[in-house]
Write a protein that binds this ligand. Structure first.
Ligand code: DQQ
Length: 531
């Protein structure tokens, strides 16, 4: 029980108890960040879904508020499911959300604040004309959910999209509305991808090719690309792609059809699902929320009385260096939790070595590392034809000439329980390098009933760039960002001995040839106030 108590996060958002899933309707309103979420008030498993609600001034410290909406109408009696906020031109706020009806039909409903002058948005009114949308002809009654934030068309109408599927083709339907009460379904779809199945929690928004600032959801023009994101019900991961949105046809086209949405890039290669962004007009940035589920057993969740956390909100931008992916990074406010800092300059790790990093307690950390890889080894080793992949190979135990190397987090003294977060460099016959960013959970816990997969993907590295990672350790949650957030991996891990004061941190280099030098800055992290 002590171990179960230790697993609770210290600076991630979570309710006091019970089950949580998708982020809902995030918005900045009258000085407060509002966060709603799918919540079961009665237990630590999914069911009885209501909208939990909390507010914050900095996205890190939270104050829990009363439940915002409960299933109390025929059109949402099976659950107040996921939805999004839209701020209208006059500053008024509307929520569109999915209700599961008394017959389990998925319909869309409108809700709005009972008192728009209340900055805490405590009370919500469900529109008397609900449901405002029912599944259109040709759409299965259980495949119509999770409306996005609306954006303005050039004609001044509001437009939004809702995920669905037809046969195995994942699609997103588009609606126009002037008053959020009556709607017009547009011809065709925003986009569709064969073989991807049901699109949950679609997100659609612009990113700037030029400026660092985020864009309002209604922004468009020549300096803009549009991101389409879908959460694939079939494999429980969040996929995105960059493309061009044509407002006259209401269609989106991917820049590269080979890495189309649902088959190419992911926000995160670990545990991260049903995410949603919002435009933060307070700090002119786009912020991403994502749900981190448990990967232990349901029985254990019931025993500990809670399930899931939310990822630290991430700023999301187009990667100006590559132009072909996004970069995700913890919001700057998170740095305020940094306490004592330890610096380790130019720590050498020879091929096949493990170096302890004495940081004291190792359960609440923010770790920033830059690596230099032995140049001679990079040049002299022979390229091979074999293709590496984080999850198809033997994880951190499999040795290559130029990797793996990185950190062992939440590791006991003897390294029996250990979670390596690492880079692996491969060289092909032509002498080209590819870099992978991975997290290996196969030895993360002695417990039998937890997920022990190896996650990760390639990470773009620009010529001349050093390899770098940032790793946030918060008890049983680890968020890892490779190359400034080009590739991210969220881990949910349940050590049994590497807990509390017994958790350690190491630098490791399991390459057979290349030595590495690492420079590290490591902060102890304060707990956030989530009350
Ligand atoms: N969770 C909600 C649905 C959504 C799913 C129900 C995604 O609206 O499609 O809790 O996790």
């Amino acid at each position: 029980n002590k171990i179960l108590a230790w697993q609770r996060s210290a600076y991630h958002f979570q309710p006091k108890k019970n089950w949580m899933n998708d982020p809902n309707g995030p918005v900045f309103y009258k000085g407060w960040y509002h966060f709603f979420y799918q919540y079961n008030p009665y237990g630590a498993v999914w069911g009885n879904i209501v909208w939990g609600h909390a507010v914050s001034m900095d996205l890190i410290h939270w104050r829990h508020l009363p439940i915002a909406m409960v299933p109390d109408q025929w059109y949402d009696i099976n659950g107040v499911w996921t939805g999004s906020a839209t701020i209208l031109a006059d500053g008024q706020l509307v929520m569109l959300y999915t209700g599961s009806t008394n017959e389990s039909v998925q319909v869309q409903n409108l809700a709005y604040p009972a008192d728009p002058s209340d900055p805490l948005l405590t009370n919500w009114i469900k529109y008397s004309g609900n449901p405002v949308l029912v599944p259109p002809p040709g759409i299965h009654y259980k495949d119509f959910r999770d409306p996005t934030t609306a954006w303005l068309t050039p004609e001044g109408k509001w437009r939004f999209t809702i995920g669905s599927k037809v046969n195995k083709i994942g699609i997103s339907l588009v609606y126009d509305t002037e008053d959020f009460k009556s709607y017009q379904l547009l011809d065709g779809v925003l986009h569709g991808v064969p073989g991807t199945g049901m699109w949950e929690c679609v997100d659609f928004y612009p990113v700037s090719k030029i400026q660092e600032n985020g864009l309002d959801t209604s922004d468009n023009g020549p300096g803009v690309k549009h991101v389409l994101k879908t959460s694939l019900d079939d494999d429980r991961n969040d996929y995105y792609a960059l493309g061009i949105y044509d407002s006259s046809t209401a269609k989106w086209t991917p820049d590269n059809p080979i890495i189309d949405v649902g088959i190419g890039l992911r926000y995160d290669y670990g545990i991260f699902y049903a995410s949603k962004t919002f435009y933060d007009q307070n700090k002119k940035r786009r912020v991403l929320w994502g749900w981190i589920k448990e990967t232990d057993s349901e029985d254990t969740d019931v025993r500990k009385g809670w399930s899931s956390v939310q990822a630290i909100p991430r700023t999301i931008r187009l990667d100006k260096e590559t132009g072909s992916n996004l970069v995700l990074w913890p919001v700057e406010e998170f740095d305020k939790l940094r306490l004592k800092k330890k610096v380790f300059d130019n720590v050498e790790a020879k091929a096949g070595s493990v170096v302890p990093l004495d940081v004291g307690s190792a359960t609440q950390l923010d770790i920033v590392v830059e690596f230099e890889v032995d140049q001679k080894a990079l040049e002299s080793i022979n390229g091979t034809n074999t293709t590496y992949s984080c999850n198809a190979n033997g994880g951190a135990a499999e040795r290559g000439a130029l990797g793996p190397f990185g950190l062992l987090v939440l590791t006991d003294n003897d390294q029996v329980e250990q979670t390596p977060v690492y880079f692996y460099i491969s060289k092909d016959i032509q002498g080209n390098f590819s870099t992978f960013f991975c997290a290996d959970h196969s030895r993360s816990s002695k417990a039998p009933d937890v997920d022990k997969a190896i996650y990760g993907s390639t990470v773009p590295v620009i010529k001349g760039e050093k390899l770098s990672m940032r790793v946030l350790v918060d008890h049983s949650v680890v968020e890892s960002f490779g190359q400034g957030g080009r590739t991210c991996i969220t881990s949910r891990i349940y050590p049994t001995t590497a807990v509390g004061d017994d958790a350690r941190l190491f630098l490791f280099n399991n390459a057979t040839d290349a030595g590495i030098t690492a420079s590290l800055q490591i902060w102890q992290m304060s707990s956030a106030y989530v009350q």
